[in-house]
Design a protein around this ligand. Structure first.
Ligand code: AMP
Length: 398
């Protein structure tokens, strides 16, 4: 079964055509700058890569361009668009309505639209992706895979905020969680790996460090706590987001320094985090500068690692033990330096890194803990598109 996975953003569409159940990636690519005269569409099948720059007015034109590339006489991979039986869509917010993947119906679309208030930067664009896919791939089944669904297992004590209860009951103000497809994918990979070595996989912490960063505590495969909350702002220090911060700062900015609420929001989401601390939001630049002796970059790395360390401690307490921690996503997979700082002096939790193993980059599950480490330290490349394809395949095969 050929499944087209679509991640539709405000001006971009990421796509992958995946054969299931073999999990083979047939083709993939990205459209950027939709709405501009100089949009860019890239396309890759096995070793062959190409891209073109052209005007792409809207998402529907973009998806039609993707379809043309997939069906191209010379470089295409399908002869008929109806070969695509399922289109799997990433949808960021499923609120409390969706605890699992759903086949798209008019009611599902209405619910995604109604949840836009909770994810204004994502849900409207995810819905747009669904609507245009329905027009372009008329015969395919459309499936929505929600980032938040994986966190429906959080217990109330973890997802409720200590504010007046009616705000949760009447206005749905509570923690939902994000990056669910990634946490699910790597936690399952970790479980398979640990079981193959007769190790326990009951108490896991997954650490997703990309442009956005989050951590999940998992007990027997189910999420029991998570660092992102009502929106994608809480918890770890991210590329441009502050993560945890005392709300008094927000009111000081507004009441004493004259910031508007929108300006504070912009400040905390787009101008803070590693960017605010160093002037750079790419970890590669920050590491390089730190190596060259830049003190701001060094303290930013230390702060970043310290926040992760504290969450590991908190989650180990919540789990009453620890079998493994898992690093994933752009920074988690690639930054041996950050992993090294995070895992230093963590013997209290039975964590000990093997520096040589940690320095090596692999494309599969990489165990980077030392032989003495009681809990394992794993580096696992995430694959959100494959996870979406797996879930879409499962629901389409029912
Ligand atoms: P993601 O959102 O998972 O694509 O992660 C993107 C981030 O990963 C980038 O902004 C970089 O900060 C980081 N990154 C990518 N490659 C490396 C690398 N080789 N070393 C350190 N950080 C990296």
């Amino acid at each position: 079964m050929k499944i087209l996975v679509i991640n539709s953003g405000s001006s971009s569409i990421k796509y992958q055509l995946i054969e299931m159940p073999s999990e083979a990636v047939i083709a993939k690519g990205l459209i950027e700058r939709i709405g501009s005269k100089e949009a860019k569409i890239s396309y890759q099948k096995s070793d062959f890569k190409t891209h073109k720059v052209l005007e792409i007015r809207d998402h529907q034109t973009g998806l039609m361009q993707i379809n043309q590339l997939l069906m191209d006489d010379e470089i295409g991979v399908i002869t008929n668009k109806d070969d695509i039986e399922v289109v799997g869509h990433r949808v960021v917010h499923g609120g409390k309505s969706f605890s699992e993947t759903a086949v798209v119906t008019p009611q599902v679309k209405e619910a995604i639209k109604n949840l836009s208030a909770l994810a204004p930067l994502h849900n409207p664009h995810n819905l747009k992706g669904i609507e245009v896919a329905e027009k372009v791939f008329t015969k395919a089944q459309q499936v929505a895979v929600f980032d938040t669904a994986f966190f429906q297992s959080l217990p109330q004590k973890a997802y409720q905020y200590a504010i007046p209860k009616h705000l949760m009951e009447e206005q749905d103000i509570r923690a939902y969680g994000f990056h669910g497809t990634s946490h699910k994918y790597v936690s399952e990979k970790a479980k398979t790996h640990l079981k193959s070595q007769n190790q326990s996989a009951s108490k896991l912490i997954t650490i997703h460090l990309g442009n956005g960063c989050s951590m999940t505590a998992l007990k027997d495969g189910l999420a029991i706590d998570h660092s992102l909350g009502f929106g994608p702002a809480n918890g770890l220090i991210m590329g441009t987001r502050a993560g945890d911060i005392d709300q008094s700062v927000i009111f000081y900015l507004i009441n004493q320094l004259g910031y508007s609420p929108d300006e504070v929001n912009e400040l905390l989401l787009k101008e803070s985090g590693m960017l605010g601390l160093t002037g750079h939001n790419d970890m590669r630049d920050i590491q390089k500068k730190a190596e060259e002796g830049d003190k701001n970059c060094q303290i930013a790395l230390d702060m970043n690692a310290y926040r992760i360390k504290k969450y590991i401690g908190a989650y180990a307490a919540a789990l009453n033990g620890l079998d493994a921690i898992v690093f994933t996503a752009g920074i988690g997979e690639n930054s041996a330096l950050l992993r090294d700082i995070v895992c230093k002096d963590m013997d209290v939790l039975g964590l000990e890194l093997d520096t040589d193993k940690n320095a090596k980059r692999t494309n599969h599950v990489n165990e980077v803990s030392s032989a003495h480490s009681k809990a394992k330290i794993l580096v696992i490349p995430t694959n959100e598109e494959l996870e979406i394809a797996k879930q879409a395949f499962e629901i389409a095969s029912r």
